[in-house]
Design a protein. Structure first.
Length: 225
């Protein structure tokens, strides 16, 4: 399973990549807007942090398929052909997917709220399908359940695709999908930090250190005791 960061703050991305096993970074127009910088400048900087093998996701804005394709060409021209272009799963988006597939540009289906919407993107050749877990839950539906359905439909139909589950607002939503074996999740920094930021864990480590220093002296470690 791939673990991606859903954010465009390059300082946060640099910090998280230095600590955790991060496979990539996803952005969307709203996330890029928060940076206040030129989108391509930000995307290129993210690419330099995650390296050529990292997954980088950038979304198109246009409402029509031809516009989406033109944007996709510019995105890969500016950031490299390994970048995955996020195409909203609306009728024009599916039409754009056909055109992008013919051009060999990598893409994913995004803004997925229903299982069949996601299944169609996988069938259209999307490498990933991005269900918006928490946004679905905010509609009173089961975001984790919709995501599991899409995963099952892809697997059972033998389609070469998988989830990039997105829009998480708590660790439990992520945990359920990791446990289910989805292809990828993309998680905002605060949720990612929350995976391990438990006071009890910090306390346990502090007690180990204090006990060891009681044995060997203040500041001593296994290196110099
Ligand atoms: O990148 C798309 C998705 O992650 C949106 O998340 O937090 O705006 O619901 P959010």
């Amino acid at each position: 399973m791939k673990l991606c960061i859903d954010n465009a703050d390059v300082n946060e991305i640099r910090r998280l990549c230095a600590v955790y096993p991060i496979d990539g970074v996803s952005t969307n127009p709203s996330i890029l807007a928060k940076s206040g910088r030129n989108p391509y400048e930000v995307l290129r900087e993210i690419r330099s942090i995650i390296g050529e093998d990292g997954e980088l996701f950038a979304q198109v804005i246009s409402a029509d398929a031809e516009g989406m394709v033109r944007e996709a060409r510019r995105i890969v021209e500016e950031t490299g052909r390994r970048t995955l272009v996020k195409i909203p799963c609306v009728p024009e988006g599916y039409r754009a997917m056909k055109l992008l597939k013919a051009e060999g540009i990598r893409f994913i289906g995004t803004a997925v709220y229903t299982a069949m919407q996601g299944f169609l993107a996988a069938k259209a050749g999307a490498e990933y399908v991005a269900p918006y877990v928490n946004r679905i839950e905010n509609l009173g539906s089961d975001g984790v359940g919709v995501s599991k359905d899409i995963h099952d439909m892809i697997v059972k139909n033998g389609i070469d695709s998988g989830l990039l589950a997105a829009s998480f607002k708590n660790t439990r939503q992520v945990l359920e999908l990791v446990r289910y074996g989805v292809k990828a999740v993309t998680v905002p920094p605060d949720i990612l930090d929350g995976f391990v930021k438990l006071a009890e864990v910090g306390n346990a480590v502090d007690v180990f250190r204090a006990d060891f220093e009681g044995l060997c002296g203040a500041g001593k470690t296994m290196e110099d005791c």
